[in-house]
Design a protein around this ligand. Structure first.
Ligand code: TPP
Ligand code: MG
Length: 578
């Protein structure tokens, strides 16, 4: 069937940019108006029923919200704002999208003055003498930078940015709009022709060659102690169900990377939890003795491999099958015997068909997991019940595990609190945990929770952060109120940059004791300060039952250090020891 053209009448480009987002099924735009992007926002006002503009208090939160929206939906998360401030403030989420392959589009500008760009106008980012160079600046932190200098290009760039963000290994794409690109109109017959946005959305991924599936199935079924390593790629591919079906059918224990934590329920009898540097001892023991490792959507970074410690992963004694959408990621840090390039959801769906009838090894695999849990420990620390004052982080985590419903989503910030959450928090349902393991920024947890709640309004969403991270992004609680996004934030308030303090001592790492609950109440949120561990569960229950955003400021102790949960495998192989 022939393809129709996009336009029937002369239309302002700013309206068309907004229309393209709606045509791509994008439901939210996050940001703050500024420079020429105000014109796009006026375009967005015309598609309000399809695309909701979430005005934030600082661009950093918009970037993270866009990154998380993209990561959870497979549709680009969109950040909008003026060039200098999207670069200066909004880069945390962009960087995370770049390192964790989340589809994202940055609608930003050159802040150019028409006809005067050679006179070095205020704010300008064209790269001309006397201005700064947005193409170079965004080029280092995105998958692609696009420029739009004319109205038609504004529309075309938006369509192609969505396409590029979603194609292959996904990532962030920045569009730099000039004044003129957003100030004019596009004519229906104008060249080059514009077509509806659906033609630029990626097609369904192609099936994987059956011979590769059969070879993988044969190798997996022939192995004595096969295991799965599941990375963030399983989340991006939205392959939670397929992973569980394959694990059960083929009898595969599942360990995740830190980035992949949450793609498999850690309460499942085949679950090992996170492996590697901050992993569970059970995971590291089980993975270390595996004879076949199926790696799904992971770059196998040094933190995953415990600095390439051969006692954990070693291709000279273990066989690897690696599945990835990006050819450069497979056989990258560990040579794989078999490489499968393609969509992980597709791969797992086909693999399930190949292994389902020959299966029957689930009980044996569950026994293997149970043995490692019993021998090495698995989410069973006594500290979950500690009555210490200040409260031990493990107790806070233990109360969250007991109190939060199975479908809760927990988002993490950076710092020691994230490491302890990674190690001690047991995820009950796939999709229940989210962290920025690509770049590890402070200021991630709260905006990530806001975005997760928008994507999953029916699931309780809890942000966990330190006092450092909370202070960076507490304005997110204003956004929670303004946009009716009822999240709960749990602050591990240890009056310190705990990670820094335990790494290098107290110098430049200590904070005053602020009552973040009182700050939250002053904003209009609910806020409770908790100094006694027994008050945690009732406070969490109250927060979860409330329609209002809530902050629980928990006075936590510095007794537990990240060193306590660092695997001996990582310590012995770390280059820092040498
Ligand atoms: C935006 C940003 N700035 C600095 C860092 C370096 N950093 C990593 S963790 C950390 C300390 C975090 O302190 P806090 O939020 O209180 O959490 P805690 O470690 O005390 O649990 C710092 C400064 C970072 N990751 N991100
Ligand atoms: Mg702290």
């Amino acid at each position: 069937m022939p393809v129709e053209r996009m336009l029937k009448e002369e239309t302002p480009s700013r309206v068309l940019v907004a229309r393209v987002l709606a045509e791509a099924g994008i439901e939210y735009v996050f940001g703050i108006s500024g420079g020429h992007t105000g014109r796009i926002i006026s375009g967005l006002s015309q598609v309000q029923n399809q695309v909701r503009m979430v005005t934030v208090r600082e661009e950093s939160l918009a970037g993270v919200m866009a990154e998380v929206y993209g990561r959870l939906t497979r549709r680009p998360g969109v950040m909008i704002g003026q060039g200098p401030w999207v670069l200066g403030n909004g880069l945390i989420g962009t960087l995370e999208a770049h390192l964790s392959s989340s589809p994202m589009v940055l609608l930003t500008d050159f802040s150019d003055a028409p006809h005067f760009h050679l006179h070095a106008p205020y704010q300008q980012a064209t790269g001309d003498y006397g201005s700064w160079d947005a193409r170079r600046a965004f080029g280092g932190v995105t998958k692609q930078v696009m420029q739009a200098h004319e109205p038609l290009e504004a529309v075309q760039a938006t369509q192609l940015a969505i396409k590029h963000a979603l194609s292959g290994q996904m990532g962030p794409v920045a569009i730099l709009f000039s004044h003129d690109s957003l100030a004019g109109t596009v004519m229906p017959e104008q060249q080059p022709p514009l077509y509806p946005t659906r033609y630029y959305l990626p097609p369904d991924p192609p099936p994987i060659d059956q011979a590769r599936i059969d070879a993988a199935a044969e190798r997996i079924l022939a192995a004595r102690k096969p295991i799965v390593i599941a990375g963030n790629g399983v989340r991006i591919a939205q392959a939670y169900e397929e992973l569980q079906k394959v694990a059960e059918a083929a009898g595969l224990p599942v360990g995740t990377t830190a980035a992949g934590k949450g793609v498999f329920p850690e309460t499942h009898k085949l679950a090992l939890g996170v492996f590697g540097t901050f992993g569970t001892p059970a995971a590291n023991a089980c993975i270390g003795e595996a004879d076949l490792v199926l790696v799904l959507g992971s770059k196998l970074s040094p933190s995953d491999t415990a600095w390439a410690n051969g006692k954990l992963l070693d291709p000279t004694r273990q066989s690897f099958i690696q599945v990835d959408i990006e050819p450069r990621n497979a056989s990258w840090t560990i040579p794989a015997e078999q490489i499968v390039l393609g969509d992980i959801k597709m791969f797992l769906g086909q693999l399930f068909e190949a292994v389902r009838s020959k299966a029957g090894r689930r009980a044996e695999a569950e026994e293997r997991v149970a043995g490692h849990r019993a021998a090495h420990g698995y989410f069973n620390t006594e500290a979950y019940d500690s009555d210490d004052k200040p409260i031990l982080p493990q107790r806070v985590i233990g109360e969250m595990m007991k109190t939060l419903p199975d479908n809760a989503i927990v988002t993490c910030d950076a710092g020691e609190n994230r490491i302890l959450m990674t190690h001690f928090y047991q995820v009950k349902m796939a999709g229940g945990f989210l962290q920025a393991a690509g770049s590890g920024p402070m200021g991630f947890g709260i905006p990530a929770a806001l975005a997760a709640k928008l994507v999953h309004p029916d699931r309780p969403v809890v942000a966990v952060c330190g006092d450092g991270g909370f202070a960076m992004t507490m304005n997110g609680m204003m956004t929670a109120l303004e946009h009716d996004i009822p999240i709960t934030t749990v602050v591990f308030n240890n009056n310190a940059l705990g990670w820094v303090l335990h790494g290098g001592g107290p110098f430049a790492a200590e904070f005053n004791d602020f009552d973040h609950a009182a700050i939250a109440r002053a904003m209009g949120c609910n806020g409770m300060r908790i100094e006694d561990a027994k008050d945690l569960a009732p406070a969490l229950k109250e927060a979860l039952g409330s329609r209002k955003p809530t902050v629980l400021d928990v006075r936590t102790s510095l007794k537990t250090s990240f060193a306590d949960v660092t695997s001996p495998l990582a310590n012995e192989a770390s280059p820092r020891r040498r």
